[in-house]
Design a protein around this ligand. Structure first.
Ligand code: XMP
Length: 432
């Protein structure tokens, strides 16, 4: 293994992730470990150079106070005690504080003598070796959605095991314009992947016909996705492993031993119980920006690596109420125009998420001197850090007018464009 490592020992801090990121920002790999890790376990981990004991308010587990164990204290590793949350007071941005940055830097380099060798080239080299060791000459299956995480996993596995990987791309008919084509182009044509492309559009739209309740729609899409994926998996022989695009926040947010669970994460694939796979999760120690850097280093196009977030149920939750094919096309076409114009004006690099919505009602308008009765298109463009709250992007008027003009001219069945200026809360980002 090429990388040195610092262990961030979770002794009840709420800022474990920030500390781990601050160490990685210094060019040194870091991992968060549970408070009850043993000295033997620490010694078994590759290249541990030191420990950051990260105390804080969650320092009680099952009614018992936790702290640095004598065993770890006496294990011989340099230890830095980072309890900036002492006495119940919390510095607002402690890890960014210049003195703390300097103390961290000095601990990592002067005390621990760690080398700043955490970079994508070394990460990829290490993962290729680990994947080959884990997989041997067996076969691996991956549900490739075309999202950032699954695309980067696919590229990494292709580099490590090439034709031992089979990717399955299920098109549920609710993807954006050009998306399935890009997945086929990049992975099958350019990267030579074994790619099974399943166009299940009719199957999904038939199941969804007449279903107006948003949660029911989500459940149908999720369940059907697993069913299609499972059917494809059963057609393949001798698959031993399932690869997943699990990333570090999925693991951290699902709860460490001291922190409460933020939200549970379940990855696509849903692990059909009788399909008995072992998991390959090569990105599980990366933060999102590192996943993107990894994808770029592996040669994936920017349009894949710097994609905006896109919900699993896709355009299905933007074609409001019971999905119909004509309105779904109106969502897809208006979304494509919005994305094109955002790219032209540079807004695609600035705005966190932007898309269009088509509601299930019509309004009166006038076209070619005659009355028309058509759908409206709603534009949404929001900025957020964690998707829990969001503010609306103040799109320049000329850009908004250009987008409106194009939607009204180019999208059949649409006579009105609205801009949603509601923040979250009270609105959510999606309409369903
Ligand atoms: P809301 O609408 O809750 O959205 O403000 C917050 C973020 O989550 C995305 N989102 C979903 N992602 N499956 C997903 O994978 C879903 O069912 C889903 N619903 C919302 C949404 O696009 C936004 O980024």
């Amino acid at each position: 293994m090429k990388q040195d490592m610092l262990v961030v020992l979770d002794l009840g801090s709420t800022r474990n992730t920030d500390v781990a990121r601050a160490v990685r920002a210094l060019g040194v790999y870091s991992e968060i470990c549970n408070y009850d890790v043993t000295a033997a376990e620490l010694k078994a981990m590759p290249n541990v150079k030191g420990i950051i004991a990260n105390g804080g308010p969650n320092n009680e587990v099952d009614g018992v106070k936790i702290g640095l164990s004598d065993e770890v204290r006496n294990s011989g590793f340099p230890i830095y005690t980072f309890d900036y949350e002492e006495n119940g007071t919390m510095n607002p941005m402690p890890v960014e504080d210049a003195d703390i940055q300097e103390a961290l830097r000095s601990f990592v380099f002067d005390t621990c003598k760690a080398q700043p060798n955490w970079n994508m080239e070394n990460f990829i080299a290490d993962q290729v070796e680990l994947i080959r060791r884990q997989v041997g000459d067996q076969k691996v299956l991956l549900a490739l959605s075309g999202g950032v995480d699954s695309s980067v996993v696919a590229a990494l596995l292709l580099k490590a095991i090439g034709s031992q990987l089979t990717c399955v791309h299920v098109n549920h008919g609710l993807l954006r314009k050009g998306e399935p084509e890009q997945v086929v182009q990049v992975f099958r044509e350019e990267l030579n992947a074994n790619l099974v492309y399943v166009d299940a559009t009719d199957r999904f739209l038939d199941k969804l016909a007449g279903i107006a309740d948003p949660e029911k729609k989500r459940k149908i899409i999720g369940a059907e996705f697993i069913r299609v994926f499972e059917e494809e998996a059963r057609k393949l022989d001798g698959i031993k492993f399932l690869a997943q695009g699990t990333i570090y926040p999925d693991i951290v947010e699902s709860g460490t031993k001291t922190a409460k669970m933020v939200k549970s994460h379940h990855n696509v694939g849903g692990l059909p119980e009788d399909l008995q796979f072992d998991l390959v999760e090569p990105l599980k120690m990366l933060f999102k920006d590192e996943v993107r850097a990894c994808g770029s280093a592996l040669g994936l196009p920017d349009s894949m690596v710097y994609r905006q977030p896109f919900p699993g149920p896709g355009l299905g939750v933007r074609c409001l109420g019971a999905i119909t094919r004509d309105r779904l096309e109106a969502v897809r076409e208006s979304d494509a125009i919005l994305r094109e114009e955002f790219a032209k004006s540079g807004l695609d690099r600035k705005v966190w998420q932007y898309f269009t919505i088509v509601p299930d009602f019509k309004s009166v308008g006038v076209r070619d001197n005659a009355r028309c009765f058509d759908w409206p298109v709603i534009i949404r463009a929001v900025n957020t850090v964690d998707a829990m709250t969001a503010t609306v992007e103040q799109i320049d008027w000329p850009v908004l007018l250009k987008i409106t003009d194009r939607i009204l001219k180019e999208v059949p069945g649409v006579n009105r464009v609205c801009y949603d200026i509601s923040p979250k809360p009270t609105a959510t980002i999606e309409w369903e």
